[in-house]
Design a protein around this ligand. Sequence first.
Ligand code: NIG
Ligand code: FE
Length: 385
Amino acid sequence: MRDDALGLVEDGAVAAKDGRIAYVGPRAGLPAHQGHVTDCKGAWILPGLIDCHTHLVFGGNRSGEFEKRLAGASYEEIARGGGGILSTMRATREATEEALIGAALPRLDALLREGVTTVEVKSGYGLSLKAELKQLRAARALPGAREVSVVTSLLAAHAVPPEYAGRRGDYARFVAEEILPRAASEGLADAVDAFCESIAFTLDETAMVFEAARRCGLPVKLHADQLTDGGGAALAARFGALSADHMERSNAGGIAAMAKAGTVAVLLPGATLTLRETYFPDIAAMRATGCRMALSTDMNPGSSPVLSLLLMLNLGCTLFRLTVAEALLGVTRHAAAALGLKDRGVLEEGMRCDLALYAVEQPAELCYWLGGNPCLGRVFAGLPA
Ligand code: NIG
Ligand code: FE
């Protein structure tokens, strides 16, 4: 199958054994069955959707800031005034681990109802050793409560906490030398992320955190070039990052370097819409260089209070002009690549049998409708979920 093609099979069938796909293809070719058979009655079957960039675990919410922005304040102004990420940090530090889990579950449920089976969850609202680990533990607890795979990313380099006000470099060093090795040794982080931006961390500070990740054997990803072109895409490529995310202002050279390094571009149209950004990622450069594109909710309380990955399929197409195939690959195959997961995102024998079933006539409808939820059900590791 070509990388930009969906490889649709009409009148198909899927068989599972021990949680893996044992057969996928035309129904006529299904081996004589030995187990339970479900008639999907014409539903389209996709790989379970993968939401590869979320900040799902946090305390409180920021609807008050939403109102301030409606009255004219900018995201950067609110952040510089001690609101923004720091206001969620305060609420997250105050919350117990149980309270964080309890607050995250309804948000997770909204994603699962649409056919999501794998979710990435970042820390980054604790900004202290104790609170970052608490956030990661809460994320790790979610699969105990729901049929879902969770992949975690340590995003301690998200903002400078008040204890380090005016000492950004010291905090970045604390992240690299204390928080990161501890999260790694406790097995709480699958990857390391950072916010490389004018209102967050510099290229050098980000590189220091990435070096520490490398020492701990963890892959990296990056919030890159969201508000300014700070060279984040090229830095992500230099470290062989799994992904560079946002990329509204990444330059073509950085994108070419990413394509070469195999770094996936994770597009987050919910943040673009919420912040009413007028800069869009350079999709033409991504296509021209063969840089793979994923799509995600960026579910977070500030710049992207988005609880629908299907809505991102629509926004990816309408705002960023992705094709239907690009959008659908962006929440399946390429989302898996953005997380370094080789066992899902594609319907092939031997892959995890995570499926999403939809009542649509054509897969294009998954991108076409704004709102509504055609998901009929999910299969998680071969079992109805
Ligand atoms: O992905 N860009 C930085 N981090 C988040 C926003 C975090 C927040 O505003 O709480 C993002 O957009
Ligand atoms: Fe984000």
